[in-house]
Design a protein around this ligand. Structure first.
Ligand code: SF4
Ligand code: SF4
Length: 519
């Protein structure tokens, strides 16, 4: 166990510290985050591996849809206007599923933020994940915080040049791989990869890779925390979603203050002293370059690395972990009231401990039931209802559809025998990746017959039509009604389509128009 004075004190100062508050348009102050270790860091490594793995590998997953559809599991086939997601195929008119998923993502983000604060920002946001990845490269090449500060401040030497060129070259490769992976979602990945290397891919593919390489390199390597602080709207929006029961990374100054590196001396002088030994480890690991001890800040992405750093220090000192912890504002306020004797004095950490030095039973702690409150119930209900609605709609949706357009000009034609003929454009949608024989039948309109342009068969009330897999077939159809059957100016009837193999069917109600004199 170490004494307070033996804990290494890091020369780290928050970039937004009130003491050195910068003018509004000051140049960026460089941040050199120290490597953190601890359970949150481990969890972040795991999230990083999973999210990057999903992003880079998904286009290479195959999914057998038979010989008439692409075998890429996730594919945005813009050319053919289809979206494939494993066993789900979405046609353009079904894009409301994607809209529904986006709404679910939004509500899910509200739910997460209202319960565990900016967990999205701290763990899964692409900006956070890629900055983490770029920092891994930077540390591997230039070393940890102190080495990087020294290198940055030092003159340009051959060594510095080699290190910097290597780092930026690897960052650019990561950027190119990121852009490359993105375009694989829009075409068959193995084919497109070959085309990219042989120079036969479409120009838009090269342009997309170039743009994404540049943006990934710039945002992840050069701008880093500035993207979160200045460009992203989410830190501003999230303030409206947090309430006093939301978990946020909190410096518990009710036990940390007054901070001192010389606790024994201060105690000997009869002064109160908190658990914070002012080692700056929490500041040094912060990727946003802030000091959590200054309180809640817009810049804090709640990555919890300062918790890991401080827990490490507390372990060395033989003190309880959690000087920096996830806490709710209501718990924090309750504990502050305890430490300040109801607000009557400045913080006295002795007030939160018993005579034998243990934490008082009166301290407020987070309990999982605090997550369940009216606001989160509403978010959960909304999220579940939208999800169930989408699922139900997906499971019961039609895979055989018919759309009919009545000819507008002319609306009807009177034939030489006095019968009336109407023309229609009938669209048959075979939405499965297999060819089908669709039976098109006329329903209602007694005495009527139809003929299909290009089908060399006599007029009838029913036709078998071949439709290619996953395709729309357009038919020009004429419906003729003998004069003695016409009793109204407009009569409704149905076009019915049926697949005799799967027994799937659908129908469309159309109108048959006739002249007034035919009444
Ligand atoms: S203050 Fe802590 S939680 Fe917030 S960004 Fe910095 S290290 Fe992450
Ligand atoms: S909060 Fe913890 S890590 Fe930060 S300065 Fe105090 S003791 Fe060190």
């Amino acid at each position: 166990m170490l004494d307070q004075t033996q804990v290494e004190r890091l020369e780290a100062e928050a970039v937004n510290s009130a003491k050195v508050r910068q003018p509004m348009y000051a140049a960026r102050k460089k941040i050199f985050p120290k490597r953190a270790s601890g359970s949150f860091r481990q969890f972040k490594w795991l999230v990083m591996a999973v999210t990057l793995g999903i992003y880079y590998l998904t286009p290479w997953l195959r999914w057998d849809r038979g010989p008439f559809a692409p075998d890429q599991a996730v594919l945005l086939d813009v050319a053919n206007r289809r979206f494939y997601f494993f066993f789900i195929e979405i046609w353009p008119q079904e894009f409301y599923y994607v809209a529904g998923l986006l709404v679910m993502a939004g509500v899910g983000l509200f739910l997460i933020t209202s319960t565990v604060g900016r967990a999205w920002c701290g763990y899964t946001c692409p900006q956070t994940v890629w900055v983490d990845l770029f920092l891994v490269v930077e540390r591997a090449i230039e070393g940890d915080r102190n080495a990087r500060i020294k290198l940055d401040a030092g003159p340009w030497t051959p060594r510095k040049l080699v290190l910097r060129v290597s780092k930026h070259a690897i960052w650019l490769v990561i950027g190119a791989l990121t852009g490359g992976a993105w375009i694989f979602y829009f075409a068959d990945a193995p084919t497109l990869l070959g085309e990219l290397f042989t120079g036969t891919a479409a120009p838009v593919a090269y342009i997309t890779v170039a743009v994404l390489t540049a943006t990934t390199y710039t945002f992840g390597g050069l701008m880093r925390e500035q993207v979160c602080t200045y460009m992203c709207p989410w830190p501003r929006i999230q303030a409206a979603m947090l309430d006093e029961s939301s978990l946020t990374v909190t410096y518990n100054d009710w036990r940390g203050e007054p901070r001192s590196r010389h606790a024994k001396k201060v105690q000997a002088a009869g002064q109160p002293v908190g658990d914070c030994v002012d080692c700056n480890a929490c500041v040094a690991v912060c990727p946003m370059g802030i000091d959590i001890r200054d309180g809640q800040q817009l810049e804090c992405i709640t990555c919890a690395l300062c918790i890991d750093a401080c827990d490490g220090v507390m372990d060395k000192l033989g003190k309880e972990r959690g000087l920096i912890s996830y806490a709710t504002l209501s718990d924090y306020n309750a504990n502050m009231m305890l430490a300040t004797a109801g607000g009557a004095s400045s913080v006295n950490p002795a007030l939160v401990r018993t005579d034998d030095g243990l934490f008082s039973d009166r301290l407020a702690h987070f309990h999982i039931r605090k997550i369940f409150r009216p606001r989160t119930y509403v978010y959960m209900a909304m999220w579940s209802l939208i999800g169930l609605g989408l699922l139900f709609s997906l499971l019961t949706r039609d895979r055989l559809e018919i759309n009919v357009l009545h000819d507008r000009n002319p609306q009807f034609v009177t034939l030489s025998d006095g019968s009336i003929r109407n023309g229609y454009t009938v669209k048959l949608l075979n939405m499965i990746p297999e060819p089908r024989t669709i039976i098109v039948t006329l329903g209602g309109l007694p005495g009527a017959e139809m003929s299909i342009v290009g089908v060399d068969l006599p007029a009838d009330r029913s036709f078998a039509v071949q439709v290619e897999p996953d395709r729309l077939k357009m038919l020009k159809v004429f419906v003729r009604l003998p004069a003695d059957q016409i009793n109204r100016e407009a009569q409704t009837f149905t076009f019915r389509v049926e697949d005799k193999v799967s027994f799937e069917s659908n129908e469309y109600t159309a109108t048959f128009n006739a002249p007034e004199i035919a009444r």
